[in-house]
Design a binder for this molecule. Structure first.
Ligand SMILES: Nc1nc2c(ncn2[C@@H]2O[C@H](COP(=O)(O)OP(=O)(O)O)[C@@H](O)[C@H]2O)c(=O)[nH]1
Ligand SMILES: [Mg+2]
Length: 415
């Protein structure tokens, strides 16, 4: 992993410089405004500083190979403060819930690791040979202080682990994150430092969100696939409004959801409101003709029908539809899933839709859940890039680019 800071006159400029240096996959971890100091500070522009990082691919899949403590040059001025929901005094003792969560974990190797750490601590605390000289007394004091910090660190780690499980991060991924942090705790780092390390680790795991990008070539054809009722049609309307109303782009709609009459009608209503071309595609053979009709548009958004996991025929239809698009058109596929869906079902969905196409992820209905763990679980399970989240029924307002810092803070117990 490489972490560096970059400055620019604007936030955008600093991010652009970071990406030029670290590549497109660079993840922006922190943005801060820096005010010039000194007597003539008012003559200078205030500037922006971004902290950006890249992680090599093999480190993503083999988290234990990463020694975060060795790699991060973390200075005191950019400590990441996460306002924990848990009151300060609670941080000192384990809550019943966390104890329960840990009990459930009795066989998993977190226990084992904590035990290892505790053994390590006991050894450190074992009565030392009687010391006489001043230097060794000092050393002993220092080592006791370090051991106390390590004990605090372990307690804190247990608490964070409890919060992660409470937010429904799967045990497997919570363990993987803590495994990387273990070394930081062993080194007797402060609780703040441990928290910052976990925060950074998680930001990297989410990766840089990838929105719809319009290239030189027109049109860009974008498919929205996913189970019924997750919010595909609503999300299309939100995306279309953003591009059309905010960026002044031309947008067209195609509906391939012909299983329900009302489904196509719903998109047509949005087409009327937004004054965008709309047509229905009844079979894969018709898709290129339909695209051709609006090929002068910047963006063509294609709505599809959700299907039950067991309906292979419908699944094949969507695959055929996507595969039929002429090579001359740039295309992209977004899998729309609801943040309220159970982890087990999401895993199934991620698999079934992977047979159809490579996709980026859109999470809907964040407003209907307070546990965002599945966002991380499915990102890590599928390896797919994240794009947008939606958090309500309002078109066009309730959509945003995946806000990694905000989500990670929430996953760590922030507000
Ligand atoms: N609470 C909430 N409801 C949403 C969100 N996105 C869509 N919906 C609602 O979910 C329902 C199904 O949406 P729809 O777009 O028809 O889903 P589709 O079947 O996947 O096309 C509608 O009532 C939407 O208003 C969201 O982000 N939050
Ligand atoms: Mg729909």
């Amino acid at each position: 992993m490489t972490i560096n800071k970059y400055q620019g006159r604007t936030e955008e400029e600093a991010i652009r410089i970071a990406k030029e240096q670290l590549g497109e996959d660079a993840v922006i971890m922190n943005v801060k405004q820096i005010k010039s100091k000194g007597l003539f500070h008012f003559l200078k522009d205030s500037a922006y500083e971004v902290t950006a990082a890249v992680e090599e691919k093999e480190q993503m899949t083999k988290p234990s190979s990463l020694a975060i403590h060795d790699n991060i040059n973390f200075t005191a001025d950019e400590e990441i403060k996460i306002p924990l929901k848990v009151p300060e005094k609670e941080m000192r003792k384990e809550t019943n819930h966390q104890a329960d969560a840990l009990k459930r974990e009795s066989q998993n190797h977190l226990e084992e690791r904590i035990e290892n750490l505790q053994n390590f601590l006991e050894k450190q605390l074992a009565p030392a040979e009687p010391q006489v000289d001043k230097a060794s007394l000092k050393r002993e004091e220092k080592s006791k202080k370090e051991t106390k910090e390590q004990a605090e660190g372990i307690k804190f780690l247990k608490m964070i682990y409890g919060i992660m499980l409470e937010n429904e991060i799967s045990e497997k991924y919570a363990n993987a994150i803590l495994e990387d942090i273990e070394k930081v705790v062993r080194n007797g780092s402060s609780v703040d430092y441990i928290l910052s390390s976990i925060y950074q680790k998680m930001i990297l795991k989410f990766g840089q969100p990838k929105p719809i990008e319009l290239g030189e070539k027109k049109p860009k054809v974008v498919f929205f696939i996913g189970p019924t009722g997750v919010g595909k049609t609503t999300t299309i309307a939100k995306v279309a409004s953003k591009f059309k109303l905010e960026d002044g782009k031309t947008v067209a709609f195609l509906s391939a959801d012909t299983y329900r009459i009302a489904a196509a009608e719903q998109l047509k209503t949005y087409a009327n409101i937004l004054d965008t071309p709309f047509s229905i595609v009844y079979s894969p053979e018709e898709i290129n003709e339909a695209i051709e009709k609006t090929s002068d548009c910047d963006l063509i958004l294609v709505d599809t029908a959700g299907f039950s996991h067991k309906n292979m025929e419908q699944k094949d239809d969507i695959k055929k539809l996507i595969d039929s698009v002429d090579k001359k058109y740039a295309k992209e596929v977004f899998l729309v899933v609801s943040a309220t869906t159970k982890y087990k079902d999401l895993v199934n969905i991620a698999d079934v839709y992977h047979d159809i196409a490579d996709y980026k992820l859109i999470f809907t209905k964040l407003d209907e859940t307070s546990a965002y763990g599945n966002l991380l679980n499915i990102r890590l399970y599928s390896g797919a890039d994240l794009s947008y989240t939606t958090n309500g029924q309002n078109v066009p307002d309730d959509i945003e680019l995946f806000h990694t810092q905000k989500i990670v803070k929430q996953l760590l117990g922030g507000k």
